[in-house]
Design a protein around this ligand. Structure first.
Ligand code: DGJ
Length: 729
């Protein structure tokens, strides 16, 4: 890892950030203009092989009366502004009543021998000596606006972390109308844009579109990163597959409204960007104030989607996740939601606990319905005290009994919400997001608390601390079941378009406080499944409930898309009942087990209603998972067959870091007549070693499994999945 600075000519500086895999080259040119020269494969030295061409382009204005060739509109910029001759999509817009436009020129730089953490926002972390940061200061002398760009390069990953700080050093107030966290101007547009789109119960659907001239945007304006979009995009050269092809990725470490995408210009250059969604954001920047935009990550590989995935998994595990569970194996849980919904009492929960212990499950989670008078989803959010009719002996007594059986205990909460039918709403009707002169808009019959308010933040820290200390709680599932409307605060303390970002800052403050107070608790984030599965939440809560859709076949797509960028250890995956509650499909217990074992395994069905033969099978699954859990949760993921290219077949494998063990899962959706033989060529093994199939005890060479392949026995049945476990001999 290195940051080189080279003087070139009288007024030019070249900054070259690199490590073993990636290089980022930035140059200052005449009069403090600053351009991007390279982002991509690591090079030893940059000597301007792709020298900047200055050509007189029609309708592209510039600052020099005697030089028609210089225009910001035609150059690869580092951080583009509006109003100064670049007509493409800007990264930043600032104005006040009298002024607009921002003329940023390079002023100074600093090399910082570590990563710079963001205050009040989630951001990546690294040990000293494992990261270095370049800080560039750009200044608009007329407005006295200073913009600092931070780029951090790490020893162990191609990921570059970047963020932006804006300071008003003048005497006039300004409004930040738009601020992106990362921007890359690329030389050409021969890419496909990849995004993870979707819907409730259909999250993280892989979508690929060739670039076209103009704007292509991936965004959320729902107050959450959302089921519909993911704060990520990547550009891939058209023939990219799992093993080869260039992939440039961008991620935002944020959980609210965002915008990512590309703008392809008239000269077929591509501007890639990610940041806050300017439609729902602005910020009043008073004199002497600084605004920090969320952190973004930029990634590069020329070895296809597989390498991008493994690098991201490594990065998230090592530099985003925090706390005692950062890398620790996760408990196998039983959640009562699909088993009972709201209809439970103490004896039902204890009966589930008995069965859970019998099959080897480690954690029992009490989901929605344990508080207030919540018997359905119409009331009580905000009333975080016990539903005494359901649990008359108290939570502490229930948890003690569960613990005595040998199970840890976890609990569900939805702190950010408020029901109109709640004691909290009756005492604080002004605590929800709302507009004074408009009626509420309901979703699941609930409203959103105004987390931009400090009093609401304090209340939540206190209320959740009481829940966490009310019994021996080992796990908390933090849910969020609606998107935001009428995003305004009764306090009217800030500009209305500040509230959505201030909400996120409030949420992050609450999470910082609670995770510090309760370091032993495993927090799982959830938003009706994967409605807020993003790097911002993962920085506080190291696992996420991937989707409310627990159907094994649907999960193939959802888990494929999710694991494209997020590590498998973060991805909750449960075996549920059949017919499946979301889509009505009947799949075998074996298939449900095999697909749920591809993530962080749990069960979510009424074990007390299952015949002994199924309980025995679940017991076997749990034993198997305990044996392969380190390979899955801490190993490397290789995709062999993808549901996007071969929708009827999916296969993937995990190899532990030392290549001493591997788990392979193959799944056939529908049986075909006269279907071809399937021989899977495995990946990532040690080609000089032999591996033994733990079921058949047959051994094979690593090279044989990778270059000849593993035959999958033909099965004439729909929805079939099988798992193989190999250990090095
Ligand atoms: C949505 C979650 O995704 C479910 O798992 C469950 O916790 C319900 N909310 C409870 O209301």
């Amino acid at each position: 890892m290195d940051i080189q600075v080279k003087q070139q000519g009288n007024d030019g500086l070249q900054f070259h950030l690199s490590n073993n895999s990636v290089s980022l080259v930035i140059e200052t040119v005449t009069d403090g203009y600053i351009f991007l020269r390279h982002f991509g494969k690591k090079i030893n030295q940059y000597n301007a092989s792709n020298w900047a061409q200055f050509i007189d382009r029609a309708f592209s204005p510039g600052p020099y009366a005697d030089n028609r060739c210089f225009s910001l509109d035609t150059q690869r910029q580092v951080y583009a502004t509006s109003g100064m001759g670049d007509f493409r999509y800007p990264a930043i817009m600032i104005s006040n009543e009298k002024d607009m436009g921002l003329d940023l020129r390079f002023q100074s730089y600093e090399i910082i021998e570590e990563i710079v953490k963001l205050t009040g926002l989630p951001s990546s972390h690294a040990d000293k000596k494992a990261a270095k940061t370049l800080r560039l200061t750009l200044v608009d002398d007329v407005l006295a606006i200073h913009v600092k760009l931070f780029y951090t390069v790490f020893t162990d990953t191609s990921v570059i972390a970047t963020h932006v700080e804006v300071t008003n050093n003048g005497t006039q107030p300004y409004v930040i109308e738009k601020i992106h966290s990362a921007m890359l101007d690329l030389e050409h547009s021969n890419y496909e844009l990849i995004e993870l789109a979707g819907a409730y119960a259909r999250e993280k659907t892989f979508q690929k579109t060739p670039l076209k001239q103009g704007l292509m945007s991936v965004n959320s304006r729902r107050g959450a990163s959302s089921h519909q979009a993911t704060p990520f995009t990547c550009l891939a050269t058209p023939t990219t597959n799992e093993e080869q092809g260039e992939v440039i990725g961008m991620h935002l470490v944020y959980s609210g409204d965002f915008e990512a995408g590309v703008f392809v210009d008239q000269l077929q250059k591509t501007r890639m960007f990610i940041g806050l969604n300017h439609e729902t954001f602005h910020w009043n920047l008073a004199p002497k104030q600084t605004f920090t935009a969320p952190e973004a990550l930029i990634t590069y590989t020329n070895q296809g989607f597989g390498a991008m995935t493994r690098d991201m998994h490594h990065f998230v595990s090592n530099h985003i996740l925090n706390g005692v569970y950062q890398k620790a194996l996760r408990p196998i849980l039983l959640n009562n939601w699909e088993a009972t919904y709201f209809d439970f009492d103490e004896s039902k929960i204890l009966a589930l606990a008995d069965k859970a212990v019998e099959v080897g499950i480690e954690l029992l989670v009490l989901d929605d319905g344990w508080f207030g008078k919540r018997d359905d989803d119409n009331s009580s959010l905000g009333d975080w005290f016990l539903h005494e009719k359901k649990l008359p002996k108290g939570l502490e007594s229930l948890v003690e009994q569960v613990n005595e059986k040998g199970l840890q205990f976890g609990i569900w909460v939805e702190p950010e919400m408020i029901s109109v039918d709640s004691e909290l709403y009756r005492s604080h009707p002004d605590w929800c997001l709302h507009m004074a002169n408009r009626d509420h808009l309901y979703s699941r019959n609930q409203l959103v608390l105004d987390l931009s308010r400090v009093d609401v933040q304090e209340y939540l820290i206190d209320a959740m601390s009481k829940v966490c200390t009310s019994a021996n709680i080992s796990y908390v599932k933090w849910d969020m079941n609606r998107n935001m409307t009428c995003v305004a605060s009764a306090l009217r303390q800030y500009g209305v378009k500040e509230i959505s970002h201030r909400y996120m800052l409030g949420l992050y403050r609450i999470l910082t406080s609670l995770t510090a107070k309760f370091p032993h608790i495993l927090f799982e984030s959830c938003s009706g499944g994967g409605g807020r599965y993003d790097l911002g939440m993962l920085a506080y809560m190291p696992q996420t409930w991937t989707s409310d859709n627990t159907d094994a076949v649907c999960r193939l797509q959802i888990q494929y898309g999710t694991s494209f960028i997020y590590p498998v250890i973060t991805m909750g995956a449960h075996v549920s009942a059949v017919p499946n509650h979301q889509v009505g499909r009947i799949t075998s217990l074996q298939t449900r087990g095999a697909i749920a074992m591809a993530g962080n395994l749990g069960y979510e069905l009424d074990l007390t209603q299952l015949p002994q033969i199924e309980l025995d099978e679940i017991e076997k699954q749990v034993q198997t998972y305990k044996a392969i859990r380190p390979i899955i949760q801490q190993g490397d993921l290789y995709r062999l067959l993808n549901p996007t290219t071969t929708p009827n077949e999916t296969a993937f494998m995990y190899v532990d870091k030392d290549k001493t063990a591997a788990v392979i899962t193959y799944c056939q959706v529908l049986a075909q007549a006269e279907s071809p033989t399937v021989v899977l060529r495995l990946k990532g093994l040690d080609e000089t070693a032999s591996y033994i199939d733990m079921e058949t005890k047959k051994s094979y060479g690593g090279d044989e499994l990778m270059y000849v392949g593993l035959t999958i026995p033909l099965e004439r049945t729909d929805f079939y999945a099988v798992t193989f476990h190999f250990e090095k001999c």
